[in-house]
Ligand binder design. Structure first.
Ligand SMILES: [Fe+2]
Ligand SMILES: [Fe+2]
Length: 281
């Protein structure tokens, strides 16, 4: 399946009061969940800059609806970045190694950029698969948000909704720029970028969340084990999406094979699209 015919990607210039909610263990009093979500939020601004750069590089080769979707994708990611920068600003830098985490991530992303635009787009489509899987979980399971300040819940839900809305845009850009490749070559690149991205993403989030927990006073080995349990045990933030994850390796896979457009429509009601221009950034 490809994108639903009537599907549109619409940036919404929503601003959140991110000064609320960065007290200790804002994820419902759970320090491990808090560390994992803080780690995710800390990786978003630089990660999303990579996604924007990767898609922007190919914009001159795009036309029609895909060109429009690419423009909207970049606008959405830019607004996500702005809001997560605001959210991350609330982290106590005297307590948490925020700058060290971001420098480590930036170093890895700079190395990735040296491999060129196809590698950047490849990692983008793989990581967009991860964000789409997590978005589906976040929007579907209200238990993630028990005890979380409502404004912060809204921020994550808005981000998850727009990640769902644009989940196939970078993928479709990849299909477009690789249309002259053989099916085997395209498949091989898709598999390679997913293997690399899975290792990097799992490693980064585990390592960064553990660093945050260690700053909370948890012993290093225990901090890593608790984060791994949150991701792969209970509640299993990564584990629970294993079916969608493995789907990626099916030849001919497309993100809209997992058609959650019905749910997307109800999630969109929480964040109405702008009326006038249709774009906010
Ligand atoms: Fe995003
Ligand atoms: Fe995204």
């Amino acid at each position: 399946m490809h994108r639903p015919a009537s599907h549109r990607v619409i940036p919404r210039n929503v601003q959140f009061d991110t000064t609320i909610g960065h007290g200790n263990s804002w994820m419902g009093g759970d320090p491990v969940a808090t560390a994992v979500f803080n780690a995710l939020s800390l990786t978003f601004p630089d990660g999303e800059r990579l996604f924007m750069d990767a898609v922007r590089h190919y914009r001159p080769q795009l036309s029609g609806q895909l060109a429009e979707d690419a423009r909207a994708f970049i606008a959405q990611e830019a607004i996500h970045t702005r809001e997560h920068v605001g959210l991350n600003a609330g982290l106590d830098r005297d307590r948490y190694p925020v700058d060290a985490i971001q420098q480590e991530l930036q170093g890895r992303l700079q190395r990735l950029e040296t491999y060129g635009p196809v590698a950047m787009l490849g990692v983008t489509i793989a990581l967009e698969h991860f964000t789409a899987m997590m978005a589906d979980l976040f929007l579907d399971d209200p238990r993630f948000w028990d005890g979380v300040p409502p404004e912060i819940v809204r921020l994550w839900q808005w981000h998850a909704m727009e990640e769902t809305e644009h989940k196939a845009v970078a993928f479709d850009v990849f299909r477009e720029i690789s249309k002259g490749w053989s099916p085997l070559q395209r498949y091989r690149v898709r598999v390679q970028v997913m293997v690399v991205s899975t290792l990097l993403f799992s490693f980064n989030i585990t390592r960064f969340a553990a660093k945050l927990l260690i700053a909370d006073g948890v012993a290093p080995v225990r901090a890593h084990l608790r984060v791994l349990d949150y991701l792969f045990g209970r509640p299993g933030l990564f584990r629970r999406s294993w079916r969608a994850y493995w789907d990626w390796y099916r030849p001919g896979f497309h993100p809209w094979d997992h058609d959650n457009s019905d749910k997307l429509d109800s999630w969109r009601e929480l964040f109405p699209a702008p009326q006038a221009s249709g774009a906010a950034a």
